[in-house]
Design a protein around this ligand. Sequence first.
Ligand SMILES: Nc1ncnc2c1ncn2[C@@H]1O[C@H](COP(=O)(O)OP(=O)(O)OP(=O)(O)O)[C@@H](O)[C@H]1O
Ligand SMILES: O=P(O)(O)OC[C@H]1O[C@H](OP(=O)(O)OP(=O)(O)O)[C@H](O)[C@@H]1O
Ligand SMILES: O=C(O)c1cccnc1
Length: 472
Amino acid sequence: MNTLSENTGLYTDFYELTMAQGYFLCGKKNEQTVFDYYYRTNPYQGGYLVFAGLQDLLYILKNFSFSKENIDFLRKTGLKEEFLDYLLKFKFTASVYSIKEGEIAFPNEPIVRVEGNIIEAQLIETLLLNYLNFQSLIATKACRIRYVLGNKTFADFGLRRAQGLGGIHASRAAVIGGANSTSNVYSAFNYQIPVTGTQAHAWIQSFDEELEAFRKYACINPDSSVLLVDTYNTLKSGVPNAIIVAKELEAQGSKMLGIRLDSGDLAYLSKRARKMLNDAGLDYVQIFASNQLNEYVIKSLNEQGAQIDGYGIGTELVTGKDAGALDGVYKLVDNNGIPRLKISENIEKITMPGRKKLVRYFDAEGRFFRDGILLEDEKTTDRLYHPFHADKNTDISKYTCEELLHKVMENGEILIEDQNPAEINAYLLKRFKQLPEGHKRFISPHIYKVGISANLLKLRDQMLKNIRLKIK
Ligand SMILES: Nc1ncnc2c1ncn2[C@@H]1O[C@H](COP(=O)(O)OP(=O)(O)OP(=O)(O)O)[C@@H](O)[C@H]1O
Ligand SMILES: O=P(O)(O)OC[C@H]1O[C@H](OP(=O)(O)OP(=O)(O)O)[C@H](O)[C@@H]1O
Ligand SMILES: O=C(O)c1cccnc1
């Protein structure tokens, strides 16, 4: 189940191929390498990330190979025959460790680890980042929207405004983050997502009279019509006509589902429409709203007492507005059993060397307390240290904990069961309850603390010292 199913080897940046050729010609092709995926900054100036994109990624890695036509193309780029022969027979055989999809993650912690030969681990960098960065960005946006919506429904309406076919993945991520359904039929088909829809202004405009347009639509869809009431005048025409049609449906034993407001002051219009519907005995007719909505507008609508039962959200959701992109990176941390590190002028960008595990610690109420990055062979640790100010440290010996990285792929084969996006969302909901409220707020959220073990701190500092000595 994926949009890209075979010979996906060209979904990479060219430099991955020139490096891979270099590893091959330098005799490094069997070196065993470890790469970490992590991100540096929470999107939307928020306090967390919702991790998404893993299942799609695993399918594409499984099929990461090169067709004969791909190789003919690569020949023209100047890659050498010996390496092209290798690519023609290439199969992805690495292992992947990952946190669960729908898990809540925080900056700078390794959330995916790839272990394989240096060529395969390098070649997939671009794809891995493309899939995980985008879907996590959109799932996080959807989660923020869900947070202000409570139990109200919301549908993804975004495909038309998405960045090209990225909209297919955006709809999946939207449901992982909390959307109930999508208008995107391809994603509904591909990912088993409930598909829903109302009607466009074009339908109303195509008839001489709004009332006739409503009647015809309701007659064809008696129990599922949501009538768009703002084409001419919401309160003077759209809502009164919808009430007439709802009553006619009632007389035939059907119940109209709702109306949709798509312009104007949604708080004011929804309150007026609710009263008009209730006065007509149509309490069951729901009010849906759309029009450039986001988590901030919805929060404001809640505060204004808007009478809206469900939302359709497009542009802001599927483009991840105002974040643009998640800054996830993929860094080499171990080569042939030797930990590696990259130095940066910016101290926070110095990488964490070695094979590592990620452990979450919980307080007595089961809420997230700290995350810890430990070396893989450490069973446990009593104290977590701030990565750059070791004087700040916490005793975590009394806290319960859970390891977050699981082996999800071995020798290029997927080890985990497929889950549909709603199932992944159920896991997110469980975890979101465990996230303390302070990290959820939109303005200056509380920063979640991610610490490292004494052994990792020692390894990193020793390596830094050695590299700096060499440079002097
Ligand atoms: N009560 C409200 N409080 C806060 N924001 C609102 C409220 N009602 C609507 N909005 C938001 O205000 C914006 C209004 O958009 P805009 O100024 O384009 O008007 P419009 O209603 O779309 O007009 P038209 O479609 O006729 O051009 C939308 O982003 C909408 O979500
Ligand atoms: O505002 P968004 O969050 O992006 O939600 C999607 C928008 O797309 C539709 O408008 P459009 O004008 O494209 O078509 P319509 O005639 O169906 O309203 C719909 O009515 C929403 O307003
Ligand atoms: O079903 C709808 O109402 C819909 C779908 C996509 C975009 N706007 C509205």
